[in-house]
Design a protein around this ligand. Sequence first.
Ligand SMILES: [Zn+2]
Length: 148
Amino acid sequence: MYHRRTMQRKPSDPSRAPRPTFGRSKRSQLSVIDYTLAKRALLRDAQAGLQSVNDLCDAHPELMRAAKYVGEPTRSDCPVCKKDKLVLLAYVYGDRLKQDNGRVWSIDTGMRMAAADPDTCCYVVEVCRSCQWNHLREAFTGRRAATG
Ligand SMILES: [Zn+2]
C-alpha cells in the first residue's frame, strides 16, 4: 500500500478500498493507557531545573519528518516552547506486522491497525515541530475477547 522507501501512498481504486468503519466508536474498541501523568511529572522536573530541556526535545530526524508529513494537528500548545501546536503520530508495534513493525503512521491508520489485531499496540506520540519536544501520550491495544 505504501512505497517502501518514500512512504508515499500508492494511488488505489477508491471503490475497492475498505472503508474505515471506526469513526466515533473507534476508541471504545481499543484499550487505552494514558501517559499524561508521566508527561506532567517530566515537565514539572524540567521547570524545576531537575531535567534538561535539551534532553526532552530530542526528536529523531525521522520522527520530525513524519511529524511534518503525517502529523495530525492538535489545538494544544507545545508545553515546552509554547510557540507551536503539537501534532500527533502513531508508532505501531506487533510481531505480525513484519517489516511494518515499529513504523510511524498517521493516528487513524495506527488505530485501525491496533483494532484489527489484539497483539498490535499503537503508541500515540505528541511532537512539537518547533522545538522537537516529543512524548508518549497514549497507547492503544485492540480488545481481546475475554477468555479465562
Ligand atoms: Zn515546542
